[in-house]
Write a protein that binds this ligand. Structure first.
Ligand SMILES: NC(=O)c1ccc[n+]([C@@H]2O[C@H](COP(=O)([O-])OP(=O)(O)OC[C@H]3O[C@@H](n4cnc5c(N)ncnc54)[C@H](O)[C@@H]3O)[C@@H](O)[C@H]2O)c1
Length: 380
């Protein structure tokens, strides 16, 4: 094990949506996944950082961390911390990750890696130099239903996949009355829908179809300005609400991708259809325990979509619950991700969704934005 002590000391930075999800994962990864992954290192919830200081103290108590600080620098330099979870807003990822790697810590960072492709490349290079393990929050690829789709395609269940239609749609900027926020600023958020949710779509797309070779992208901002919450006028929205792309895969297959944060009614509609020569597969994160499979088999009059409900037949579902159809949830995906990270640290091997994996996703979303700005098809 890479840690200095028998157990790995965990440091968590940020206690919002993702902070809680990481905290739950650290607490439960070994309990849930220890049977499937024997030898999973034990962890100690060593230190939590958040601002302001009283919030850090309160959340350390709630999540069960031994110590709290308002300065993340104290956490990344603490000798009892072996691994750092970064769940702060995007703007802080690069600075914290570089400091943690320089201090010899393993790093689990939320997506996107950074605001700019230059920072993402610097993070990836630092991770490789450090020899420490890294992981990035691409939790949706952990879904047993998505993993089963990949298996079915590899086994030829739908023949040769020739077309992919992928989408990721939410509606958090759909309302014109929504006040302006830092999320609309390139210097605070980076790309818009592409960075925030398009990254997840790319992680699933390449998992199913293999590498994207090139793409022709488009983007739009629905409301170019928004009213400031304090009533002091309007401010510009600098990044995109919606993006679409025509893609070509290295396999020769074609695809269309859509990412939108302004799609009324869509809450977490991350999914895809894969069209093959003998059938089709559909996945939708809003119904994350299901997979729909159509096969050109048997009497034509009886052909139909089959709904596959995930069960212990779809690992690691059975590590959570033995009964089929009882369903996993979003935070369970984080537990699977955390266990994969811990397993890689324990075995001294490269995690599957590390900074190098994440850098490729950043290269693709920035290529997509470049293509949209220049009106040209770009290689990735
Ligand atoms: N993997 C996923 O599915 C997923 C889902 C949502 C968000 N995210 C990513 O997670 C990150 C956080 O998003 P969120 O929705 O949890 O945000 P959030 O606003 O809910 O939480 C951010 C947290 O960071 C803390 N923070 C801010 N500045 C800090 C500082 N200087 N020091 C210490 N703590 C600080 C805040 O107090 C808060 O606790 C983002 O990068 C986002 O893209 C990933």
């Amino acid at each position: 094990m890479a840690g200095r002590t028998e157990t790995l000391g965990v440091g968590l930075i940020g206690t919002g949506f993702m902070g809680k999800s990481h905290a739950l994962a650290w607490r439960n990864a070994r309990a849930v996944m220890g049977g499937l992954l024997p030898g999973l290192p034990k962890v100690r919830l060593e230190m939590l950082a958040d601002t302001p200081a009283d919030q850090a103290v309160r959340m350390a108590d709630q999540f069960g961390f031994a110590r709290a600080t308002a300065d993340w620098r104290d956490l990344v330099s603490d000798p009892a911390v072996d691994v750092v979870s970064i769940t702060t807003p995007n703007k802080l990822h690069a600075e914290i990750a570089l400091a943690a790697l320089a201090a010899g810590k393993h790093v689990w960072c939320e997506k996107p890696l950074a605001l700019t492709i230059e920072d993402a490349r610097a993070m990836e290079a630092a991770a490789r130099r450090s020899g420490r393990a890294t992981m990035v929050g691409y939790n949706y690829i952990r879904n047993p239903a998505h993993q089963h789709a990949i298996r079915l395609i590899r086994e030829g269940a739908i023949g040769r996949p020739f077309e992919f239609r992928g989408w990721v749609e939410e509606d958090y900027t759909a309302d014109e009355a929504m006040p302006w926020s830092w999320r609309a600023m390139v210097s605070e958020a980076g790309l818009g829908a592409l960075g925030d949710i398009g990254t997840h779509l790319i992680s699933m797309t390449e998992g199913v179809m293999g590498p994207i070779a090139d793409l022709a992208g488009d983007m739009q901002t629905v409301y170019p300005t928004r009213k400031k919450a304090d009533g002091s006028g309007e401010a510009p929205v600098e990044n995109e609400d919606c993006a679409s792309a025509l893609v070509r895969f290295a396999s020769g297959a074609r695809g269309t991708l859509v990412a939108s944060r302004a799609a009324w009614g869509r809450k977490s509609r991350l999914g895809y259809e894969v069209h093959g020569t003998t059938g089709m597969i559909v996945f939708d994160q809003e119904r994350m325990n299901e997979l729909h499979l159509y096969r050109n088999a048997g009497p034509k009059a009886e052909q139909c979509f089959t709904t596959i409900l995930t069960s212990a037949e779809h690992p690691p579902y059975g590590a959570f619950v033995p009964a089929p159809g009882h369903q996993l949830g979003f935070n369970d995906l984080k537990i699977i991700e955390c266990a994969a990270f811990l397993d890689a640290i324990g075995r001294g091997v490269r995690p599957d969704a590390d900074f190098t994996y994440a850098l490729r996703i950043e290269e693709i979303i920035h290529a997509w934005a470049r293509s949209a700005r220049t009106g040209t098809r770009v290689a990735v």
